[in-house]
Design a protein around this ligand. Structure first.
Ligand code: NI
Length: 174
């Protein structure tokens, strides 16, 4: 298993749109394993392929307390939603930043598993938030896109500054 490098905002690659998985082959299996490993190591409760530079439509989620309930969502889409909730969200691509976002309270989604079999599942509360957040990533959408323009600009400046600092501190590689 390999820990993948998580792209940090405002990396423009976070705006890429994922391509559907057509071939459920060993490469996809490896991607899912690496993504799960990366999510648990981070640690986080969800990770989307776009965040680690994988071009395919893959999400891994584990919102369980004991971290023993891995959910693999390939080519996921939300097919029904109900209600509203306001929960504080974070994102592995925005280290140290948290904000409340309005999301659907309950959703039903469709996805495929590692064998390509289609399934449907319901989600509510934090699991529903996580699915909505991760599926957004697959279309290049970030949780801060829901905030006001002004707030967005402030966050962008803050993260651009941090990125500059990281670049300055990283050793030069010839
Ligand atoms: Ni995220």
């Amino acid at each position: 298993m390999t820990a993948l490098k998580i792209l940090i905002y405002p990396d423009p690659r976070l705006r890429r749109v994922a391509q559907p998985v057509v071939d459920f082959n060993d490469e996809i299996r490896q991607d899912v394993q690496d993504m799960a490993h990366t999510m648990y190591e981070a640690p986080g409760i969800g990770l989307a392929s776009i965040q680690v530079g994988i071009p395919h439509s893959i999400v891994v989620i584990d919102t369980s307390e004991n971290k023993n309930d891995l959910k693999v969502l390939i080519n996921p889409e939300i097919i029904d939603r109900e209600g509203e909730q306001l929960i504080e969200e974070g994102c592995l691509s925005f280290p140290g930043y948290f904000t409340e976002i309005k999301r659907s309270k309950w959703i039903r989604f469709r996805a495929q598993n590692l064998d390509g079999a289609h399934y449907e599942m319901e989600a509510e509360d934090i699991f529903a938030v996580c699915v909505q957040h991760e599926i957004d990533h697959l279309t290049g959408k970030l949780f801060t896109d829901y905030l006001s323009r002004l707030k967005n600009q402030r966050i962008r400046k803050q993260f651009e500054k941090a990125a500059k600092l990281r670049r300055r501190e990283s050793p030069v590689r010839a």
